[in-house]
Write a protein that binds this ligand. Structure first.
Ligand code: HSE
Length: 312
């Protein structure tokens, strides 16, 4: 497994689907692909340098303005270390896609630094460090992408203060179709359309569904998972930012999805399915929607990644 030399380490961390319909800012799961790869090498400089970014032109190499630099610096500060590090970023997850692009980079980076420096931080600590990358990227230090990218599977952020993250069960036959229409929706904008207050009626629906989804995952009850994949808080407001959302959702449900909603802050849309065959059918059906609308897209079918970030 660990083919890195003494001074260098390479870590892959997966893309993630945050919110999972009902769990705004608290639920997420990891995809098998795509993902980001981070290589970190020790240097004598006492500073963090981002030496290369492959696969994304828009990202800054200034470590104070890049999620990777910020997340790793947070780890170094807590460790009390001034170790110089040279970091190479390979983006497999397109920024602004809604499948946790910044989170995959931050997650891979803190896992890499933890192993390279033999720092011994727990997964919960690493989530906390990677959240600082999310703060830079979107203005809010949410953990629903970084937690599953680091820990794998489905995760629930039970509490932010204090941070409490729970790894949930994944039914064996759960698959996901994700479609990424090639339009940009910035997380900050997508958070901007949300309302500060929700009605008690909607709160009751939402927390019923969060409980139902968590129970469904542990009980391997696909029908319960399907019934619980409902979002009355974010989706009604955010779906307006995604052309064709209602048609895509309808096509996914007709193709047999358990449920379909916005992935993270969008524009990607995910459909959870029982079995790979149905996920592939869904992927085909939702692809046809964007072909007809004339918006370029990328589509993925993936199982749920159980490993999370890993040394490669
Ligand atoms: N929970 C976050 C949101 C995920 O929906 O804004 C986006 O990264």
């Amino acid at each position: 497994m660990m083919n890195y030399k003494e001074h260098t380490i390479k870590v892959f961390a997966p893309a993630t689907v945050a919110n999972v319909a009902c769990g705004f800012d608290v639920l997420g799961f990891a995809l098998q692909a795509p993902g980001d790869t981070i290589t970190i090498t020790k240097t004598d400089t006492q500073v963090i340098e981002i030496i290369d970014i492959i696969g994304a032109n828009s990202l800054s190499k200034n470590p104070t303005n890049n999620v990777v630099g910020v997340a790793v610096q947070t780890l170094l500060n807590e460790l009390g270390s001034k170790q110089g590090l040279a970091i190479r970023i390979e983006k497999g997850v397109k920024p602004g896609s809604g499948v946790g692009s910044s989170a995959a980079s931050s997650a891979a980076a803190v896992v890499a630094a933890n192993v390279l420096l033999d720092a011994g931080f727990s997964n919960l600590d690493l989530v906390r460090f990677a959240m600082e990358g999310e703060r830079l990227a979107s203005g809010t230090a949410h953990a629903d992408n970084v937690a599953p990218s680091i820990m794998g599977g489905f995760t629930l952020v039970r509490s932010y203060n204090p941070l409490d993250v729970i790894r949930l069960n994944t039914p064996n036959d759960l698959f996901c179709a994700v479609i990424h229409p090639q339009i940009e929706v910035k997380t900050a904008d997508s958070r901007g359309v949300l309302q500060e207050h929700i009605s008690l009626k909607n709160a009751v629906i939402q927390w019923g569904n969060v409980g139902g989804l968590v129970a469904g995952l542990f009980m391997n009850d696909y029908a319960l998972i399907g019934r619980s994949l409902q979002d009355v808080v974010a989706e009604p407001l955010r779906s307006k930012l995604i052309p064709g959302f209602d048609v895509v959702k309808n096509a996914a449900m007709v193709a047999g999805a358990l449920g379909c909603s916005i992935s993270g802050s969008g524009p990607s849309i995910f459909a959870l399915c029982k079995g790979k065959e149905i996920a592939e059918k869904c992927a085909k059906a939702i692809s046809e929607v964007y072909e007809n609308i004339g918006i370029p897209f990328k589509v993925y079918v993936s199982g749920i990644n159980q490993e999370g970030a890993k040394v490669i």
